[in-house]
Design a protein around this ligand. Structure first.
Ligand SMILES: [Zn+2]
Ligand SMILES: [Zn+2]
Ligand SMILES: [Zn+2]
Ligand SMILES: [Zn+2]
Length: 495
């Protein structure tokens, strides 16, 4: 895991050229490559309410304007409101303990909304109490609703015309698709009420009247200059922005707001379109169906300590390597100019990519291609970081045993017996090992004191591709390479 809320000291270079800590990268098992946030497509799986945890498909969420119809948030502090029962309307709120007793003894119950954080109640706003606990709370009408719906309708028509024009270009390629799914121009014109064949001309008549700027503004009330301002009765900017359609000025005009939905997203590799992260659809679950985070597949590097760094002088650097996989791996450190030659599955991968393109909507995932984001592969950026120190890399490779969760609790010592070079490996336990390296900052580093020293190397590690075992083949062993940049410390004064 990388450091929380701290600068990223150890950064892995993604295939697109961006530098990310290991906790922010994925590992695509199909491409056998690291994928960062730019190299994956984000897809919304489900919308859910963070309070009642109900989930909705996208169409339903859109109809409900991405807001939960059952849950409300406080208009003052945005905390979730709870429903309270009381027996007489416009009475002071009953105490916690009295609540259930009251409910039993009174013949008729009334319900109101209550914020347990700032103690706002719906009675403060003058909202009448309800006789049912589930709600039926009056909705506040948007004063501009007719104008907004006219504009939405107009833009919907424009969108369908545009879509139809766009699909005209592809008609030759997919004649059957066109007949089945597209809206013909005649259909659109009929919908707008235009019989003729000149849509461009007639569009303007259907257009809602444009908004006109006016200089006639109502005069300010006279008392605004004389009456003292009571800040407690005026809404804050945040409160107004939470309720954009009304933007109430006074606190007593605030109305409870529906709680907005949150989404669960899944990530898909842009190159091969396989999922790299897919959460469980159930909003209560914190599990993942697929989670190919890089820290489950790529050896993690951590900086243990580094001696004070002085230009031209070698300092000792201790690095800890950790193998997260269930297979033994061999880590070799190579210099930065090592070619990052593609792994030996390259040809096979190219083939599968070609297949996906040909199959179109029949690609490995089951989503239709219309729903899916068109995958655009991230352009390869040049790496902006320059290493300003030399590092003496060991010639020997480091063998890391597979991860064994029980080894964490085993104090009997290491059962593995590796013939390590004591000058290189200084510590070893389970799947982790600490190695000693020497860093020499460049003499001509211009930054002077407090300049951060960056080293870089290529880490080659053995990776076992277990996907092939599913296809009844022997697991494929690959040697993968990843470039790393480490910020090991700052130059200290030469005293
Ligand atoms: Zn990337
Ligand atoms: Zn809800
Ligand atoms: Zn509140
Ligand atoms: Zn991939």
């Amino acid at each position: 895991m990388s450091y929380l809320n701290q600068p990223d000291y150890v950064r892995y270079v993604c295939n697109c050229g961006s530098l990310k800590p290991i906790s922010k990268t994925y590992f695509c098992r199909h491409c056998s490559k690291i994928r960062c946030g730019y190299c994956v497509c984000q897809e919304i799986d489900t919308h859910y309410c963070p309070n009642c945890m109900e989930n909705f498909p996208q169409t339903e969420a859109r109809l409900k304007k991405n807001k939960c119809s059952n849950c409300f948030k406080c208009p003052c502090c945005f905390h979730t409101l709870s429903t309270r029962a009381g027996h007489v309307p416009f009475r002071t709120a009953p105490q916690e303990g009295e609540d259930s007793k009251d409910v039993k003894t009174t013949p008729k119950k009334f319900y109101y909304l209550f914020c347990s954080l700032c103690r706002w109640t719906s009675r403060d706003a003058g909202i009448p109490d309800q006789s049912v606990a589930t709600g039926g709370w009056p909705e506040q009408e948007n004063p501009h609703i007719s104008r907004i719906s006219a504009l939405i309708d107009y833009h919907r028509i424009l969108a369908s015309i545009e879509k139809q024009q766009c699909e005209k270009k592809f008609r030759a390629k997919r004649p059957y698709m066109h007949a089945m799914f597209t809206i013909t121009s005649a259909m659109v014109r009929k919908r707008i009420g235009h019989p003729s064949e000149t849509p461009a001309k007639n569009q303007s008549s259907d257009q809602p009247p444009p908004s006109v700027a006016s200089e006639d503004v109502d005069e300010l009330p006279a008392e605004i200059f004389t009456d003292p301002v009571d800040i407690t009765k005026i809404t804050t900017l945040e409160q107004r922005l939470q309720h954009l359609d009304v933007q109430a000025e006074k606190v007593n005009e605030l109305r409870p707001q529906h709680r907005e939905y949150l989404v669960r997203r899944s990530q898909r590799c842009r190159v091969c379109e396989h999922s790299v992260s897919k959460p469980d659809l159930c909003p209560q679950s914190i599990k993942f169906k697929i989670q190919l985070a890089a820290f489950y597949h790529v050896p993690e590097v951590r900086i243990v300590t580094c001696e004070p760094l002085r230009p031209g002088k070698a300092s000792e650097l201790l690095l800890k390597f950790c193998n997260p996989t269930r297979h033994q791996t061999q880590v070799t450190l190579l210099s930065l100019d090592t070619s990052m030659t593609p792994v030996d599955v390259a040809s096979e991968k190219e083939d599968s990519k070609q297949e996906n393109i040909q199959q179109g909507s029949e690609s490995p995932n089951l989503l239709p291609s219309i729903v899916r984001q068109v995958s655009i592969t991230e352009e390869i950026k040049s790496i902006k970081v320059n290493a300003n120190a030399d590092i003496l890399l060991p010639h020997a490779s480091l063998i890391l045993p597979p991860r064994d969760d029980t080894a964490e609790y085993d104090d009997t010592g290491d059962t593995h017996n590796f013939q390590d070079d004591p000058k290189l490996v200084v510590w070893r336990k389970g799947n982790k090992a600490v190695i000693k390296l020497h860093v020499t900052p460049h003499e001509n580093s211009t930054g002077g004191e407090d300049q951060s020293v960056i080293i870089g190397f290529v880490m080659q590690y053995g990776h076992v591709n277990t996907i092939t075992t599913l296809e009844h083949k022997t697991p494929q062993k690959l040697d993968l390479k990843v470039k790393l940049y480490l910020t090991v410390g700052n130059i200290v004064s030469n005293v």
